[in-house]
Design a protein around this ligand. Structure first.
Ligand code: HEC
Ligand code: HEC
Ligand code: HEC
Length: 468
C-alpha cells in the first residue's frame, strides 16, 4: 500500500510529459480553400513577391533538374538522408493551391505544412521565421499566381526514426526561435534592412555558418564559415579569408554581378545566389552589403597591410589601397621535389591566364587575391581546378578549363602545396591528399557548377546544400 502514492505520482508525471509532448508535437490543420483566382491578387504585390522570392532563392531549391519552375522534386542530400523539395506551385492536388495565406505564413514562420505536419529544416524556416507577415503576403501572392504544375513530390529517403516527422518537433524546441525580425534601434535603417534580409529570407547563414551534429547552425559561431555541397562557404565575419578586405562597395558589386576584380567569381552554390540577387532592387543589395560588411568589421591595420601586399604582389590597381612593397620572393614552404613539380604545373597550365594581365572576368584572378587559395580548406581550389569555371549560357563571363582528366591526385596535391606557399601567407593546408581523393571519389557530394545556367534561371541539377 505504501507504494501507492509513488505509483500515482509517476503516473501523473508520465501523463504530464505525454500531454506536454502532444502539445509540442500536435499542430492543427488549417482548412483547405478553393484556389484563389490569379486576378484577385494585386499586381504590385505580386511584383514585390517576385523580388522577395529571388532573395529567398525559392526557385533554386524548389525546381528539379528538368522540372517545371517551383514544382519541387529536387533531391537535397543531407548527412541524415535525402529530402525532396515540395511542389509550391498553386496546383490544388500536388502543390499549395488549397493553402490559405494563413497556412503559408505558418509554414514560413513555424515550419508546418497545411495539415499541421512538421517540415524538415532543409526548408530553411529557422531563417524564414524572421520574415514579416507583409512580405509573406507578397510571397504568397507571387506563388499563387505561378503556373500550376501537377508534380508529385518523391518520398524522402530518411532512416528510422528520422522519417517520423514528429521528431522534428524536438529539433524545433532546441533550435527554432520563431518570430519576425526585430530591428536594433541603435543601428541605422540600411543596417536593419540588411540584417532583416540576410538573417531572414537571404538565409546566408545556412551555408556560411558551421553546423552542429544535429544539423543546426552554431549560434556562437555565426558566419564563421560553413559547408555547402562540397564547397567551403567562406567566413563572412572577422575571419574572412579574402586577401583584400571586403568593403560595402565590393560586396555590393560581387553580389550584383557575381564577380569582383579583386575577389574573383562566385562559383558552386554561391553562383545561383548571385544570379538571383542580380534582379533585386539596388537599395536592398546595398543594405545586404552594409550588414555583411558590419559582420566583418573594420579591418585592423595588419589586415589592411596584408591586402596592400596582396595587391602589390598581384600588380593590380585597388582604389583605396596603396600597394605596399611586394615580397613576391616568398620562399615556398615545401619540400623541393614537390615544389618543383607544383611550380612546373602552374607555369605550364595556369600562369598564362592568371598572370597574363588580362582583366578578369576574361583573364583569371591573380591568385595573390584569391579567397580560395587563402581559405582554411583547399576544397574550393580543388573544385575549381577539377571542374573549371564553365561558361554560363548567354553571358560573357569567366571561363577556365576543367583539369579533371589532366592531373593525377599526386600532381594536384603538389600544385595545391605550391599555390598555398606562393600565393598566401597562411600555413600549409593539412592533409591535402585526403581532400583531393574525397573530391575525386565524389565522397563530398560536389554539385557541378556546369549545370548552373546563370541568369535568373533556377540552378538545374545542383543539389542545394543543407545539412538537413
Ligand atoms: C535550401 C532549400 C530551400 C529553399 C531555399 C527554400 N525551400 Fe521551401 N522547402 C524546402 C524543402 C526541402 C521542403 C520540404 C520539407 C519537408 O518535406 O519537410 C520545403 C517546403 C516548403 C513549403 C511547404 C510545402 C508543403 O507542401 O509542405 C513551402 C510553403 C516552401 N517550402 C516555401 C518556400 C519559399 C516561399 C521559399 C523562398 C522564400 C523556399 N521555400 C525556399 C527547401 C527549400
Ligand atoms: C547555398 C549556399 C550559400 C548561400 C545560401 C549563400 N552563400 Fe555565399 N558563398 C557560398 C559558397 C560555397 C561560397 C564560395 C564560392 C566560391 O568559392 O566562389 C560563397 C561565397 C560568398 C562570398 C565571397 C567571399 C570571399 O571571400 O570570396 C560572399 C561575400 C558571400 N558568399 C556572401 C553571401 C551572402 C551575403 C549570402 C546571402 C544573401 C550568401 N552568401 C548566401 C555559399 C552560399
Ligand atoms: C583559360 C584561362 C585559365 C586557365 C588556363 C586557368 N585558369 Fe584558373 N581561372 C580562370 C578564370 C577566368 C577564373 C575565374 C575568375 C576568378 O575567380 O579568378 C579562374 C579562377 C581560378 C581560381 C579561383 C580564384 C578565386 O579565389 O576566385 C583558382 C584557384 C584558379 N583559377 C586556379 C587555376 C589553376 C591552379 C590553374 C592551372 C591548373 C588554372 N586556374 C588555369 C582562367 C583560367
Amino acid at each position: 500500500m505504501r507504494a501507492r502514492p509513488v505509483t500515482t505520482a509517476v503516473a501523473v508525471i508520465i501523463l504530464g510529459i505525454a500531454i506536454a509532448a502532444f502539445a509540442v508535437i500536435w499542430r492543427p490543420a488549417i482548412d483547405p480553400i478553393e484556389r484563389p483566382a490569379p486576378e484577385s491578387f494585386d499586381k504590385g504585390l505580386v511584383a514585390r513577391g517576385a523580388e522577395l522570392a529571388a532573395i529567398g532563392n525559392c526557385s533554386v531549391c524548389h525546381t528539379a533538374p528538368s522540372g517545371k519552375p517551383f514544382a519541387g522534386g529536387l533531391a537535397l542530400p543531407t548527412p541524415f538522408g535525402t529530402i525532396y523539395s515540395t511542389n509550391i506551385t498553386p496546383d490544388p492536388d500536388t502543390g499549395i493551391g488549397r493553402w490559405s495565406e494563413a497556412a503559408f505564413i505558418r509554414a514560413m514562420r513555424e515550419g508546418l505544412d497545411r495539415e499541421g505536419r512538421h517540415l524538415y529544416p532543409a526548408f530553411p524556416y529557422d531563417h524564414f521565421t524572421r520574415v514579416t507577415d507583409e512580405d509573406n503576403r507578397a510571397l504568397y501572392a507571387f506563388l499563387m499566381t505561378r503556373e500550376p504544375a501537377t508534380t508529385e513530390t518523391p518520398q524522402n529517403d530518411l532512416p528510422f526514426p528520422l522519417n517520423i516527422r514528429a521528431m522534428v518537433a524536438g529539433w524545433k524546441l532546441l533550435y527554432l526561435r520563431p518570430g519576425p525580425f526585430e530591428p536594433d534601434a541603435t543601428k541605422d535603417a540600411a543596417w536593419n534592412r540588411g540584417a532583416y534580409l540576410v538573417e531572414g529570407l537571404g538565409h546566408c547563414g545556412a551555408c556560411h555558418t558551421p553546423r552542429n551534429v544535429l544539423g543546426a547552425e552554431k549560434g556562437g559561431d555565426a558566419y564563421a564559415g560553413g559547408e555547402a555541397e562540397g564547397w567551403h562557404a567562406y567566413a563572412l565575419n572577422a575571419n574572412s579569408p579574402a586577401p583584400v578586405p571586403w568593403d560595402v562597395e565590393a560586396l555590393h558589386a560581387y553580389l550584383r554581378q557575381g564577380w569582383h576584380p579583386l575577389h574573383g567569381v562566385a562559383r558552386g552554390p554561391m553562383a545561383p545566389v548571385t544570379a538571383n540577387l542580380a534582379s533585386v532592387p539596388d537599395a536592398d543589395l546595398e543594405a545586404i552589403a552594409t550588414y555583411v560588411a558590419s559582420l566583418m568589421g573594420e579591418p585592423a591595420p595588419e589586415r589592411r597591410q596584408r591586402g596592400e601586399k596582396a595587391v602589390a604582389a598581384a600588380h593590380v590597381e585597388a582604389p583605396g589601397l596603396k600597394p605596399a612593397s611586394a615580397d613576391s620572393q616568398a620562399v615556398p614552404r615545401l619540400d623541393k621535389a614537390s615544389a618543383d613539380q607544383g611550380a612546373m604545373i602552374y607555369a605550364a597550365a595556369c600562369a598564362s591566364c592568371h598572370e597574363g594581365g588580362r582583366a578578369p572576368p576574361f583573364g583569371g584572378l591573380n591568385l595573390h587575391l584569391s579567397s580560395a587559395v587563402n581559405a582554411s580548406t583547399p576544397d574550393n581550389v580543388i573544385n575549381v581546378v577539377l571542374q573549371g569555371v564553365p561558361a554560363r549560357g548567354g553571358e560573357r563571363g569567366a571561363i577556365m578549363p576543367a583539369f579533371n582528366g589532366a592531373m593525377t591526385d599526386g600532381q594536384l596535391s603538389a600544385l595545391l602545396g605550391y599555390l598555398r606557399a606562393t600565393f598566401s601567407d597562411q600555413p600549409a593546408w593539412a592533409d591535402v591528399a585526403s581532400h583531393v581523393s574525397e573530391a575525386r571519389s565524389g565522397a563530398r557530394a560536389v554539385s557541378s557548377y556546369a549545370t548552373h545556367t546563370g541568369g535568373s534561371a533556377p540552378a538545374s541539377g545542383a543539389q542545394r546544400g543543407s545539412t538537413w
